[in-house]
Structures are given as structure tokens and as C-alpha cells.
Design a binder for this molecule. Structure first.
Ligand code: SF4
Ligand code: SF4
Length: 385
């Protein structure tokens, strides 16, 4: 079991054009900050009911730094109080614009892993990631990253692939490398009107938002990065989609929930204590109840998994099913004989086709007891076929 916590729900100091959280805040979700009472109940129940001896807390928003250092000092105290002999780890996903010395001293001392949202160099990042006055947030983010480096705080990056950056995969990738990111997540952006908030009865007609990717945009973007990465950086830079495919090919299962055949029990809790099956499913249908009433040993992700496992015939017969598992239910916007299929299908196929010969070579190396990262030494040859 894993929890993502949104202690200030959708409240954010930025106003990114493509953010799918902020409009929800206006529509139907309670705003405000998590109360001390809710926080304490949650921390106690979460650690107590975890079967693992390591319990991971991921703090997210909106912008979780808006809660202030004092809130997280309370978090750490409560984690100690209710440790039940288990070890606790914290990660925080931030836009980095509010970081200062006080924050960094705290994050360093308490060993928080920091995830920074950044979409690429200045002109790319500033296209959609704007502050409330409509100005680009790039300079403030970079100041935050410099502080993280000054304090030697480990950070990774989360990059949305959108119309701002899809044509510049290597510019984005090399930029992320240059700023010191060694763990990169890339998230494909698709938002529609009307919103796909049911997953069961998808809109028969929808309009894509202006910033949304075409499926092939995703495929070419990730393929170009893969071809560069496999030759230069495999083994030193971690990219979740790629590691996931490598793990699957080695029979170890996917590492990204999008490509797992099961939505893992990875829940989200909002500021008011409401718990949902997944961060992508903060819709009334997928609400499990409020933390005050819930027994966390009895919750599950059954509703969303019913959709995840209901595959179209295209998926059932697809060569890439083991790598893809039909993708995320939130992205299943196309109907095939009445069953939904991923909007990104064509993009996934482009990427998997490029990856397959390299993945096969990696498995062959592993079988010969050679570290699969040595594929980089034969990457040029593979690319010729
Ligand atoms: S690549 Fe397309 S058809 Fe194949 S499993 Fe994924 S979504 Fe389904
Ligand atoms: S709904 Fe999507 S994001 Fe949520 S666990 Fe399933 S695949 Fe992952």
C-alpha cells in the first residue's frame, strides 16, 4: 500500500495552463488545508495498517510547500510517534518556486526526496507553467534547484510532455541531465472536454485541449530519448518508462503503474481526509470514504482495476500487450467494439517497436550473465537493423 497525500488539495501558487487539478478544485472538491486531527488519524492508520516495514509517504498538491515547514515538522513528529517499529520515508513533489534556505535545511535534515516539476529549458517551460500573474515560472524553479544543489538534497524531475516540448525531445532530455536530474519521469498530457471522469462511460465525442499531445507525438518524443539514452546513459540515468519495459522483459513485472496489468494499491488522500483509489481517479465514483471512518486494511482498488483489466480485442491480440497492459484507464478514450482503448495506443506502438530489438538484446546479455547495461556497446549495431 502507498499513499499520496494532498495536504492542501488543489491549492497552488502557480496556474499552469494544463493543470487538471485546479479546475476540479473550483468544481466539486473541498479546498483548504489538512487539519491536525485528520493528519494524526491518517499517519497513525497508514503506518499501523502497512504490511511492509518501510512506509512511503509522497506529499503532493497543488503545491505542498504552501503548507509551510511547521506542518511537515508536525508530520515527522507524528511519524515518530506512530512508527510501530517501522521505518518511514518521505518524498515531496513540488514546483520548487517556494524553496528557500529554511525549507532546504528541513528537507536535508529529514531526508526528504524532492521531485521537481520542470518541462525543459526556459522558453519551453514557460509556455504553460505560469504564475498567477501569467509570467513564466522558470527563473523561480531554477533558483529552487540551485538551492537543492547547494544543500546536496537528492532530487528527481517530473516533466509533462505537451505541445510545448514534444518536438524537442533531446533538447529537453539534455537540459534535464545538465541540471543534475538522474531520475526522470515523463508524463503524457491529454485532457479533453468533456473530461473523462467516469472511465466506464467515456464521452463518445470529445475535444482535445490545445496543449494535449497527439498519440504519435508521445511515441516519437520517447523513442528519440530512448535511442540516445540506451547508447549513452543506461545504467546512470533512470527513466521510468524504460526501466519498466526492461523489468517486464526480464520477467520481473512493470515498474510503472500505467504499464502494469494491475492498478497497484496506491491511494490518494485529500486535505479533508477523503480517500480515492488513485491520483488519476479523484472522482466521486472512486471515492472510498473518509480517513476518519475507513479501515485501511479493508480498502482496495477494485473499481479501477475492473476497468484496467477490461481490455479491447485490439489489446488482447496486441504484440505489445505484455509491455503495455492497455495503459491507464484515465487515457482510454477510444472505443473498440464497445470497450475503451488507450488514446496513446499508436504512440505506445511507435515506442515499443523502437525498443524491442534493444530489449531482446538486453535479455540475451542477461542470459549470458553480462550486465544488460552493456547493450550500450552494441547500440549502434542494433540501430542499423
Ligand atoms: S499498444 Fe495499443 S493495442 Fe497494444 S496493448 Fe497497448 S493500448 Fe492495447
Ligand atoms: S488508474 Fe492509471 S495512474 Fe492510477 S494506478 Fe491505474 S494505471 Fe496507474
Amino acid at each position: 500500500m502507498h499513499f499520496t497525500i494532498k495536504p492542501c488539495s488543489f491549492t497552488c501558487n502557480l496556474n499552469c495552463d494544463y493543470c487538471f487539478y485546479l479546475p476540479k478544485g473550483q468544481d466539486f472538491l473541498q479546498k483548504g488545508q489538512m487539519s491536525d486531527e485528520t493528519l494524526e488519524i491518517f499517519i497513525k492508520k497508514y503506518i499501523e495498517s502497512s504490511v511492509d516495514n518501510r512506509v512511503y509517504f509522497t506529499w503532493q498538491g497543488g503545491e505542498p510547500l504552501l503548507m509551510g515547514v511547521e506542518f511537515y515538522q508536525k508530520v515527522v513528529q507524528l511519524q515518530h510517534k506512530y512508527a510501530f517499529g517501522k521505518s518511514v520515508e518521505n518524498a515531496i513533489q513540488t514546483n520548487a518556486t517556494l524553496l528557500n534556505d529554511r525549507w532546504c535545511e528541513f528537507l536535508k535534515k529529514e531526508k526528504f526526496l524532492v521531485g521537481v516539476s520542470i518541462d525543459g529549458p526556459q522558453d519551453i517551460h514557460n509556455k504553460y507553467r505560469l504564475d498567477r500573474q501569467g509570467h513564466g515560472s522558470f527563473d523561480a524553479v531554477m533558483q529552487g534547484i540551485e538551492l537543492l544543489k547547494k544543500y546536496k538534497i537528492e532530487f528527481n524531475t517530473l516533466t509533462c510532455i505537451s505541445k510545448a516540448n514534444y518536438k524537442e525531445p533531446l533538447v529537453v532530455y539534455k537540459f534535464l541531465k545538465d541540471i543534475g536530474s538522474t531520475y526522470m519521469q515523463f508524463s503524457e498530457v491529454i485532457e479533453t472536454t468533456p473530461e473523462n471522469c467516469d472511465f466506464d462511460n467515456i464521452p463518445l465525442q470529445y475535444t482535445k485541449k490545445e496543449f494535449a499531445l497527439d498519440p504519435s507525438d508521445y511515441g516519437y518524443f520517447m523513442s528519440d530519448i530512448f535511442k540516445y539514452w540506451v547508447k549513452h546513459d543506461i545504467g546512470t540515468i533512470i527513466i521510468r518508462q524504460f526501466e519498466s519495459a526492461i523489468s517486464t522483459m526480464h520477467g520481473l513485472g512493470a515498474l510503472s503503474c500505467v504499464f502494469e496489468d494491475n492498478c497497484p494499491d496506491s491511494y490518494v488522500i485529500e486535505a479533508n481526509g477523503d480517500v480515492y483509489e488513485c491520483d488519476q481517479a479523484v472522482y466521486s465514483k472512486y471515492k472510498l470514504g473518509n480517513i476518519k471512518d475507513l479501515d485501511l486494511t479493508k480498502i482496495n482498488t477494485n473499481k479501477i482495476n475492473r476497468i484496467k483489466k477490461n481490455l479491447s480485442n485490439d489489446c488482447k491480440t496486441c504484440t505489445y500487450l505484455s509491455l503495455c497492459s492497455g495503459g491507464c484507464p484515465k487515457h482510454r478514450l477510444n472505443l473498440v467494439n464497445g470497450i475503451s482503448k488507450s488514446y496513446f495506443c499508436d504512440g505506445y506502438k511507435i515506442l515499443f517497436k523502437v525498443m524491442t530489438p534493444y530489449l531482446n538484446a538486453m535479455v540475451a546479455l542477461t542470459e549470458q550473465k553480462i550486465p544488460y547495461v552493456q547493450v550500450k556497446t552494441i547500440a549502434d549495431k542494433i540501430s542499423m537493423f
